[in-house]
Design a protein around this ligand. Structure first.
Ligand code: ADP
Ligand code: ZN
Length: 525
């Protein structure tokens, strides 16, 4: 029961059936549509593939008049308009990839009332001239797609989005709906504030994508690991995210040398090459796209079988968005992330070196901590991820933790050993050095600095280095050790670490799982 008058209710269903050929709304769609038809403004957060477009297209047709759709990408606009025209819905887009004549013709069809939807880039909508022209038309709805772009906390801020809140002053008769696939609580609040002055209904729907299996693995020789992963999935479409252009190029070359149909995509390439790569990825089967975060917005390819992160992503929000490109057809798909402390250090340095306000840096550092927490969690990955977006859920049965749960044990002794080494070496050395000291690896550096004289030196020789690294990462995730951003990524001891070191607090850890390969390597040394 929507609470809508029966006539509107009927009209809504008629439009769904007649214009779009669907019998039922998908979960989440109807709430958004009903709120808009009831005269409220809405922020809708729905996963990719959930059917966000219909959430404004149906109200647009039910309300009548003109709906303006703001979209950041020309390719997205073109897809949408083409789709609507196929459904027999008159829609137009005005943008810089069309000739002036074409744009003028489009505007005529908008001004005459023939077109029901008009797609525009934000900067074009917000010109004085456009707003004036539109204010003479019966604009009933403004839909803002990819609304996370308005938020500076989000992962793809666009300055052009900031002014969109003013569109409704110019067009006071219109309802406004903002749509996005990913926005955590901070981003949602920010969107609400910037676009709606805080006054809109927010709906967050079904973040879950149960067909994507989620795993996180330790990063060791990632080039080799990626190559082996892709080689064992011949003919599958996939996306591999790398942190830098250089790494994208390296990985692409390595895969190509193995005969994989791999293509590179990053902002350092010229626009035509990028477009060609994207086109091939969409059109041909079995292409592996190796890309930086520059790749992905608006990519709708249903049979992407894996999304692999060769480096840790910038935040869980970005991560969720990126893995959401896998398995849109609902068939099994995989998300695998390789992560190591060096990634966290790099990310932390990115944050430090940004020219931004301290408050913003603190916020981003917190988000990075959430990512580290996710990587080191001993609970279901999916539940951890969903919880970050405000959804509670049961263990999923389709992530590495669910499929092979770690044993949680008391790790206070191990933690104190590592913390003792960090303290004893003056909180200046990185993870590799500390782990070498734990296992008693006697190198020249160690001798030269007299670190072999430390009480804890070699006291962890009964465990392989890989296990010490795993424990060390957990200490970082638990906030008992901090990775500094300096050149050497030195570890320092925050208050929680001090308390553990002083015996005032205990800590639980996931019992490290011995990896047979690591074992052999260590004993061979
Ligand atoms: P999003 O923008 O959320 O990623 P889209 O709006 O592109 O998703 O919709 C994804 C797909 O789902 C499209 O092919 C669309 O036609 C289809 N779809 C949307 N709503 C429904 C519905 N109620 N019933 C069946 N299919 C739907
Ligand atoms: Zn799980």
């Amino acid at each position: 029961p929507s609470g809508l008058p029966p006539a509107l209710e009927d009209e809504k269903r008629r439009v769904l059936k007649q214009a779009f050929g669907f019998d039922e709304f998908r979960p989440g769609q109807e709430r958004v549509i009903d709120a808009l038809l009831a005269g409220r403004d809405v922020l809708a957060v729905m996963p990719t593939g959930a059917g966000k477009s219909l959430c404004y297209q149906v109200p647009a047709l039910v309300m009548g008049g003109l709906a303006i759709v703001v979209s950041p990408l020309i390719a997205l606009m073109q897809d949408q308009v083409a789709g609507l025209l196929l459904d027999g819905v008159q829609a137009e887009a005005i943008h810089s990839a069309k000739s002036r004549e074409e744009n003028v013709a489009s505007w005529r069809r908008v001004a005459s009332g023939e077109a029901k939807l008009l797609y525009l880039a934000p900067e074009r909508l917000m010109t004085e001239r456009m707003l004036q022209a539109l204010s003479r038309l019966p604009v009933s709805l403004i839909a803002i797609d990819e609304a996370h772009c308005v938020s500076q906390w989000g992962h793809s801020f666009r300055a052009e989005y900031l002014s969109l809140g003013k569109a409704r002053e110019a067009l006071p008769g219109a309802r406004m709906v903002a749509l996005t696939a990913t926005a955590d609580q901070t981003t949602q609040d920010d969107i609400l504030q910037k676009l709606f002055d805080g006054r809109a209904d927010a709906f967050v729907a079904g973040f879950d994508r149960p067909n994507i299996s989620i795993s996180v693995a330790e990063k060791r020789d990632v080039g080799q690991a990626i190559e082996a992963y892709v080689a064992s999935r011949p003919g599958m479409s996939g996306v591999i995210y790398r942190i830098s252009r250089k790494k994208v190029d390296e990985t692409t070359a390595r895969l190509q040398a193995r005969g994989v149909k791999a293509l590179a995509y990053h902002a350092g390439m010229d626009a035509a090459d990028r477009a060609a790569a994207q086109e091939t990825f969409l059109a041909e089967p079995g292409v592996v796209m190796v890309a930086t975060v520059a790749f992905g917005m608006g990519i709708d390819k249903s049979d992407v079988r894996f999304v692999l992160h060769g480096d840790a992503p910038g935040s869980l929000e970005a991560y969720y968005q990126e893995i959401g490109r896998a398995g849109r057809d609902g068939e099994p798909a995989e998300a695998l992330m390789f992560y190591g402390l060096e990634d966290i250090r790099t990310r932390r340095r990115f944050i430090d070196e940004q020219d931004s306000a301290p408050e913003r840096k603190r916020m981003e550092a917190q988000r990075l901590d959430a990512l580290v927490g996710f990587c080191e969690t001993t609970a279901c990955r999916r539940a951890t991820l969903l919880a970050y977006f405000g959804e509670t859920s049961k263990p999923c049965g389709n992530c590495d933790v669910c499929l092979d749960p770690p044993e949680v044990v008391d790790g206070t002794t191990e933690a104190r050993l590592l913390l003792g080494l960090v303290a004893g070496t003056g909180e200046r050395f990185g993870a590799a050095h500390v782990v070498a000291l734990a296992v008693g690896h006697l190198s020249e550096t160690v001798q030269a600095r007299g670190h072999d004289k430390l009480r804890e030196f070699g006291r962890g020789a009964d465990r392989p280095a890989a296990e010490w690294r795993a424990i060390l990462r957990q200490l970082v995730a638990a906030g008992a050790l901090t990775v500094e951003t300096g050149a050497y990524g030195g570890l320092t001891i925050p208050p929680k670490g001090r308390r553990i070191l002083d015996g005032a607090e205990r800590i639980s850890i996931a019992k490290p799982k011995p990896k047979s390969r690591e074992r052999r390597r260590m004993t061979a040394e």
